[in-house]
Design a protein around this ligand. Sequence first.
Ligand code: AKG
Length: 244
Amino acid sequence: MAGGNTPESGSLSEDQVAAFGSDGFVVVENLYDGATMAEWKRVVLEVMEAESAFHESGVRVWMADAIHPMFRDAMSDAHVAAMLRQLIGANVEFLSAKAVYKNAETSFATPWHQDWQYWFGPTKLSVWIALDEATPENGCLKVLRGSHVKHFEHLHLDGEQGFVNQIEPEQVAEWSPVEVALPVGGAVFFHDQLVHSSHPNTSGQDRWSMISTYRDASVKDESSVWQNSVVVSGRSVNSEGSGD
Ligand SMILES: O=C(O)CCC(=O)C(=O)O
């Protein structure tokens, strides 16, 4: 399913692929068009209302085999798959996706962390997709360029808006954060050891994002976080099936 991507958007340039390697992230401003993002937001709200899934943490995760079929198709569509192959290699599998929502009531700032702390094992890659325009006022992402090659100690806390693994701010005080403001449909592809956080939402308006997570399907992963996956491209040593 390739529908919904903006017509002018293509695969990543060589510079973008190189930037992902050196910076740990790459921004794609127009991954999807506005109509597609409006439809995603409509479906995610419908699914969460049906699940009674709204709660204060502002995060709802779906595993690849339990996500709404529209999202399962979108997360493995040909256009995104082409970009993922450039960053991961020929064999790619989709693991899970989550909605992260902030509004007037749930307006938290996400603490500094590396996602790898949640799953360990082989490297993963996530795509943070803006369902609403993301700005410093409404809670856009902040990243530390090049931090994906460094190890940071994490505190392990309970009840922190779902973000139980955190880096103490003093540890990153020397770094200059990059603000990742994005238009609707913009995305940032990022390495699972990239240190990131997000601003609180002080705008009074919604800020919704979807974050999909992938791994190199040719690398054996003993992780117990994911029991299933959807093969996006090539073959998987972790699950049955192929994505071609
Ligand atoms: O969307 C956000 O505010 C931050 C999400 C995040 O950092 C994460 O899910 O790892």
